[in-house]
Design a protein around this ligand. Structure first.
Ligand SMILES: Nc1ncnc2c1ncn2[C@@H]1O[C@H](COP(=O)(O)OP(=O)(O)OP(=O)(O)O)[C@@H](O)[C@H]1O
Length: 281
């Protein structure tokens, strides 16, 4: 059984330096994921989700802030240490099954290829057939990828991500190009892996059905944590500097600059906006 890895980020900032201008993709992300959690990352297009996944996997380095994965400080690790981490303990599934697969190799050969770096240091790697069987696609183990359905391809990409029994799987939109049945199957297998092997799973999704299925979701907005969900219920999260980001659906009603007051009422707070100096009560 793999042991799930924790994730902790503190004040994570990432700036892309492009010709002519800089883009701040993340501007202060504090995120905690417990070992063995199954968590969704939500947020509008361009909000920084893929950037966060790449940073957690150590694909590139943050401009500022710290990242811990398990006992490793990813933000301070050497390239060699990061290579070792990705070869055995952390898997990043890129969006689009094909980007994770060798096109001319069978599913079983793809899994074996993904194990080659870990084989030098680890002896207890699962057999490719065992992994494909766990994911319900043993019957396609030796078929060419060209003959597989989109769902089977995505499950093959998942088998590749699980090839070394990592403690953390980062999956960027693993269900986005699938029909409903294949989507539900991939989701169900991810949840099974999480339950059975204790693997920490973080997945990016735009799909409300997937979000509702997940016990916890975190929403990124404008490069920051903008909210959290618990089984479909949305919460705003107070940030380290005491700010409270508005849930997305309130942003039009309460544009920047709106004055609001907090009224304590029977153990909870009412948020009262003032428009043009007149209390909106
Ligand atoms: N290589 C890059 N160079 C410059 N800017 C980039 C690069 N990659 C991403 N960005 C910018 O960084 C911001 C965050 O992008 P990112 O891809 O992380 O968002 P996302 O939430 O994953 O979006 P999507 O849901 O569309 O995949 C965007 O403004 C994007 O244009």
């Amino acid at each position: 059984m793999s042991t799930g890895l924790l994730i902790r980020t503190h004040g994570l900032v990432h700036i892309y330096h492009t010709e002519g201008h800089d883009v701040a993709a993340l501007s202060g992300v504090d995120l905690d994921v417990r070992p063995g959690e199954l968590m969704g990352l939500l947020g509008p297009s361009g909000s920084g989700k893929s950037t966060l996944m790449g940073l957690l996997a150590g694909i590139f380095r943050p401009s500022a802030g710290k990242i811990f994965v398990g006992s490793h400080e990813v933000s301070a690790a050497s390239s060699k240490e990061l290579d070792r981490l990705r070869a055995s303990q952390v898997s990043l599934m890129l969006q689009g099954a094909g980007r994770n697969l060798l096109p001319y190799a069978t599913p079983a050969a793809n899994v074996r290829f993904a194990q080659r770096a870990a084989r030098r240091t680890s002896t207890g790697l699962p057999a490719a057939e065992e992994l494909l069987d766990e994911l319900g696609i043993a019957q396609v183990a030796d078929r060419p990828l060209a003959g597989l359905t989109p769902g089977e391809l995505q499950l093959t990409a998942l088998a590749v991500a699980l090839a070394t029994r990592p403690g953390l799987v980062l999956a960027d939109e693993p269900t986005s190009q699938l029909g409903h049945d294949a989507r539900d199957l991939v989701l169900e297998r991810l949840a099974w892996i999480n339950r059975t092997h204790g693997t920490t799973v973080v997945l990016v999704t735009h799909d409300p059905h997937v979000a509702a299925f997940l016990p916890r979701t975190v929403t990124i907005r404008d490069g920051r944590i903008g909210g959290e969900g618990r089984s479909g219920e949305e919460y705003a999260v107070v940030t380290a500097d005491g700010s409270l980001p508005l849930p997305g659906h309130l942003r039009d009603a309460l544009p920047p600059g709106t004055l609001v007051r907090f009224h304590p009422v029977d153990g909870h707070y009412e948020l009262v906006p003032e428009h043009e100096g007149v209390a909106d009560e």
